[in-house]
Design a protein around this ligand. Structure first.
Ligand code: AMP
Ligand code: ZN
Length: 464
């Protein structure tokens, strides 16, 4: 097995993953706040860490990996949504969690081992806040409990920011109960009409950051291997998680490797409601973009680079997947995962490299079936070409196995014509294929072909 190397935000280096316990490799990823459909950007960490989860399961065994992704079901945005719509909070969070599970499954993401809801871990959060107060890292003021940032000298280390940057970045609220504007909320009071729990500081609710510290401890322990999320969470959320967990349990270690995915853009621009280019995963699925195509587009960019969603990429991904499904539909996956492919994936999740390796395997002319069997196994490790993901293919009846055989037959006739130096016939076949919407590309001795969106099976059939 190759070593898995991951870029650790905490050290700014690519490091070999050495799990604390290879019998139980543990990963925590910050999940959604459930008040609305997930937008396309939210899908990026889901897909990125799903690929890592699959790789870890492959290397350490499915029984030896624990993946936790939380659900934030207590938050001011949820309270506001309930006030706007008049719907009870529980109804909103339950429905949105279900949508999230459906939409992410449509993108081929495996469900994590645990998906804890914050409201089920309030006693653990209260206990952690009490420990922080007892150790002098937090203080109570007017029904609030605040973390005292000045009490933790390593604060800001993960994101590498200066205090001035942090104050600007956090848009800190200067509240009369704060000793320092940087201090952040662990607990706050709830009005009678807001959700609240009894606590030593009166009826209230937790601040956002404490839930991840409490839930990761409850489900993964005080030290675990990987903590992930989008770049935007590095500060203040992850910085605050580190401060809380390390101060509550000095010396325990908390997360060993911090991983952050870059942001998603749409057609070269930041996705935002005001630019009119904001859409949800469900919007795309409803426009008939298959989940597998969306997944492929995401995997075509490395997780540490900004990613651009474009229709052009989606159309190209669809053509490629259609061809791959067709080529491998009657092929059993190989038993072993190709080593060259694994090397890409183990190198900081180089998914674009892994995909180029799939293209290469799909083009082999010698031992074709073996190459395609290898290719299918590798693609399935990426969550592509799986039986669950191929439903959309049935919606394109024109692309069927006989069609593929017909193209292969014409291609070998073309090859023979060239060998006989009958170039006119060879070119006629190529032009006929092109006319029918089959795009042939020559690569020295081998060739590849794609089906254009206007592919016409009748024209293919009529070719002489
Ligand atoms: P939120 O619900 O805003 O807390 O975000 C849930 C997850 O989606 C977090 O890991 C964010 O970092 C991630 N995320 C939000 N917007 C984007 C984006 N445009 N691109 C990539 N990831 C994002
Ligand atoms: Zn978190």
């Amino acid at each position: 097995m190759p070593d898995i190397r991951l870029t650790n935000t905490a050290t700014r280096r690519k490091e070999v993953l050495r799990p604390l316990d290879p019998q139980n490799v543990r990963m925590y990823v910050c999940g959604p706040t459930v008040y609305d459909r997930a937008h396309l950007g939210n899908a990026r960490p889901v897909i990125v860490f799903d690929v890592l989860y699959r790789l870890l399961r492959h290397v350490y065994g499915p029984q030896h990996v624990t993946y936790v992704r939380n659900i934030t079901d207590v938050d001011d945005k949820i309270i506001a949504r309930s006030a706007e719509t008049g719907r009870p909070i529980d109804a909103i969070t339950e429905e949105t969690s279900r949508w999230y599970a459906e939409d992410m499954a449509a993108l081929g993401a495996l469900p994590p081992t645990h998906q804890p809801r914050a409201t089920a871990y309030i006693p653990q959060m209260v206990a952690m806040i009490e420990a922080l107060i007892a150790r002098g890292h937090a203080y109570e003021a007017e029904g609030h409990v605040l973390f005292s940032v000045g009490s933790y000298v390593e604060y800001g280390r993960l994101s590498g920011r200066s205090t001035d940057d942090m104050i600007a970045g956090a848009r800190v609220e200067v509240a009369p109960w704060k000793r320092d504007p940087m201090d952040f909320v662990l607990w706050k009071p709830s009005a009678p009409d807001q959700p609240g729990w009894d606590s030593p500081w009166g009826r209230g609710r937790p601040g956002w950051h404490i839930e991840c510290s409490a839930m990761s401890e409850a489900l993964l322990g005080r030290a675990f291997d990987i903590h992930g999320g989008g770049n935007d969470l590095m500060f203040p959320h992850h910085e605050n998680e580190i401060a809380q967990s390390r101060c509550a349990h000095p010396g325990a270690g908390f997360a060993q490797v911090w991983m952050h995915n870059e942001m998603l853009q749409v057609e070269g621009k930041k996705m935002s409601k005001s630019l009119g280019n904001f859409f949800t995963v469900r919007d795309l699925l409803d426009q008939d973009w298959p989940g597998e195509v969306i997944r492929f587009v995401f995997l075509s960019t490395h997780y540490r680079s900004p990613m651009d969603w474009t229709e052009k990429k989606a159309r190209e991904a669809e053509t490629t997947l259609r061809k791959w499904h067709l080529k491998t539909q009657d092929i059993e996956p190989a038993a072993e995962v190709d080593k060259g492919f694994l090397r890409y994936l183990a190198d900081d999740l180089n998914t674009p490299g892994a995909i180029s390796h799939l293209h290469w395997l799909a083009q082999g002319i010698d031992y074709r079936r073996q190459d395609l069997a290898k290719m299918k196994t590798c693609a399935q490790l990426l969550g592509l070409l799986t039986d669950e993901m191929r439903d959309w293919m049935t919606k394109v009846p024109e692309v069927s196995e006989p069609v593929d055989r017909r193209v292969e037959g014409l291609m070998s006739e073309r090859f023979q014509a060239r060998q006989m130096k009958d170039f006119a016939r060879a070119d006629r076949i190529r032009d006929g294929l092109r006319e029918a919407g089959v795009i042939v590309q020559d690569h020295g001795d081998s060739y590849t072909y794609d089906f254009a969106p206007d592919f016409d099976p009748a024209k293919l059939e009529a070719l002489q």
